[in-house]
Design a protein around this ligand. Structure first.
Ligand SMILES: [Zn+2]
Ligand SMILES: [Zn+2]
Ligand SMILES: [Zn+2]
Length: 273
């Protein structure tokens, strides 16, 4: 699997949209740029539709032209800019209707939001596929296992385990520390992860790691996944979904993440497992 990280910021971006704090000023001076979090697998499977989808697609050689499956973690605006999917209609896209229908895999609430926002799309353009936690499904040949996150109590938030060609990745944003239901499920179904992408929204700010993870939460999440039997000596750890409130300056951040065995994710970063 080829993984391309399209964006690595929390909702407000880095530098943040309306902010002139010291961290954002540093980011502006140094040209650091982090757009809202989304990831593309093999140019075919998109995880979350960021409000920066157009900019991100322009930065990617293949863009989204070959995406046939979209999986949605949760309907927060920074992960599900559902209105951007309207541009699949002809004549906005002149080729999308020549491909198989795009399969949108998301919670019932997120699928409802798609209909409310985009109305009835032309037949055969998009098909909705409800996702429920712990019920594996197929997305264009990828075996996907959704598990529950500990994030935003009033909406269903999921994390995804994605397998293809004997390789497996864990996509963990926005996660908080894994809830007991997910731990129990993983212990019963210990898939081995070749890579784990894990959020670090709170950065160095101390938190209880319950809605979003901070720096110390990364190590705890790693330990939990280890106890569930999901890690190997070769599992690659990449951190994503950062905020200007907690991410140290880029130079320092890379070293700090490396000390705990994580790679600091960056926009446009690509790697294969
Ligand atoms: Zn988020
Ligand atoms: Zn700021
Ligand atoms: Zn969220």
């Amino acid at each position: 699997m080829k993984i391309r990280i399209m964006g690595t910021a929390a909702a407000e971006g880095i530098p943040a949209l309306w902010c002139d704090c010291e961290r954002c000023r540093l980011a502006r001076r140094e040209g650091e740029r982090r757009l809202r979090t989304s990831t593309l697998i093999d140019d075919r499977l998109l995880i979350d539709v960021s409000p920066d989808a157009l900019t991100q697609s322009c930065a990617s050689p293949a863009g989204f032209a070959r995406v046939d499956d979209v999986i949605v973690t949760h309907p927060h605006e920074d992960h599900y800019a559902v209105g951007e999917m309207r541009w699949m209609r002809p004549p906005f896209s002149r080729t999308r209707d020549q491909r198989p229908p795009l399969r949108l895999h998301a919670s019932d609430e997120a699928l409802d939001l798609f209909r409310k926002t985009n109305g009835d799309m032309p037949d055969g353009l998009v098909t909705g596929h409800p996702v429920k936690p712990f019920e594996p499904f197929d997305a264009g040949g990828y075996a996907i296992t959704p598990v529950l996150a500990s994030h935003a109590k009033n909406i269903l938030c999921m994390l995804y385990i994605i397998s293809s060609g004997g390789r497996t990745i864990f996509y963990g944003t926005d996660s908080g520390l894994l809830p007991q239901a997910t731990v129990d499920f993983l212990k019963r179904n210990p898939l081995k992860f070749d890579a784990a992408l894990i959020e670090c929204t709170n950065g160095v700010v101390q938190s209880d790691n319950m809605n979003h993870l901070g720096f110390n939460g990364l190590e705890q999440q790693k330990a939990i996944l280890g106890e569930c039997g999901c890690l190997t000596d070769r599992t690659k750890f990449v951190s994503i979904h950062f905020s200007h409130n907690g991410l140290p300056a880029a130079r320092e951040a890379g070293d700090r993440f490396a000390e705990i065995g994580f790679i600091l994710g960056c926009d446009g970063m690509e790697f294969s497992v």
